[in-house]
Design a protein around this ligand. Sequence first.
Ligand code: SME
Length: 166
Amino acid sequence: MNKNIKRGLYCKMEKAKTYEQLVPQVEALIKDVDNHVGALANVSALLHSSFLHYFWCGFYIVKGDALELGPFQGEVACYTIKKGRGVCGKAWEDKQTAVVPNALQFPGHIACSSKSRSEIVVPVFKGNDVIAVIDVDSKGYSAFDDIDKDGLEKIAKIISPLFMTC
Ligand code: SME
């Protein structure tokens, strides 16, 4: 097997292992914490510091017909995103994870930072309703794959109760 393919496989396995290890860490971090904004800030810090491919990582919370900026790690970001707009609004509207390998080519992409090149947005559900999204940006193209999708969807389920009082 060629060296680059081997390295790629190793990286994918490492990433999957890190997400697996994050699940109990996130559970412990939010257990019995009444300060839900603080808990979400800590979850974004934990995620951001766990992966080199994360450039921006945080939450947008559904308030009426828009997403409002929640706790995050990274550069300053836009406050409000309408349903259907940008990657976040699209994932909300579609009620499914959006993986965007090239943000520059995504129609309507909202460039909070000109450094972002790829993005993943994972909806957080209460029942059938989207109540928030997890948004992660990378400076590299095609940084996110099914491993990120599975890992973040698991984390979205765990943190869902935190948004019910935000
Ligand atoms: N790029 C996002 C906007 C949020 S920032 O990336 C933090 C979008 O297109 O929805």
